[in-house]
Design a protein around this ligand. Structure first.
Ligand SMILES: [Zn+2]
Length: 169
């Protein structure tokens, strides 16, 4: 297992739509192990494969710091099949360090996907789990919290982040 580098905004991989996993190979299982280790090492509650430079539809989630009754899990090819209600919450992202903004989400979501063994699972989520799932699935579609901001705020923050990235290199 290894801790992978987490890409930060505005890296191109973060803004690309990821493709579905065709087969849960040893490579995919090893990616999941590394993603979990990376999530824990970074203190995150979720991580999506594009954040470690892999454009495949794989996410790992562990919201136990907020909801201790939930089990950590990985989900392959996750899809939101239904949602309802609206909620606003403060979100941060490992790929957008320093940014914490209020983001609008659905209050409840039902998500379908495959577990690590390739078994179909359906998760009915509310609370932090619902928000985390929407956040991670957004990453698979090339969206970060930056794209979820209002246009005015997005413009301001994008400028700041691009400038900060330029100063780093
Ligand atoms: Zn994120």
């Amino acid at each position: 297992m290894s801790v992978l580098d987490v890409l930060t905004y505005p890296r191109a991989t973060l803004r690309k739509k990821s493709g579905p996993v065709q087969k849960i190979s040893e490579d995919v299982k090893s990616l999941i192990r590394d993603m979990k280790e990376t999530m824990y090492a970074s203190g995150g509650i979720g991580l999506a494969a594009p954040q470690v430079g892999v454009s495949q539809r794989v996410i790992v989630v562990d919201v136990t710091p907020y909801e201790p009754e939930q089990e950590p899990f990985a989900l392959i090819n996750p899809e939101i099949v239904s949602s309802d209600g609206d909620v606003e919450s403060e979100e941060g992202c490992l790929s957008v360090p320093g940014l914490v903004e209020t983001i609008k989400r659905k209050e409840r979501v039902t998500v379908r996907g495959l577990d690590e063994e390739g078994k179909e699972v359906e998760i009915e989520a509310s609370g932090m789990l619902a928000i985390c799932l929407q956040h991670e699935i957004d990453h698979l579609d090339g969206l970060t919290v930056v794209e979820r901001l209002s246009p005015v705020k997005r413009g301001m923050i994008k400028k700041k982040l691009v400038k900060a990235a330029r100063n780093q290199t």
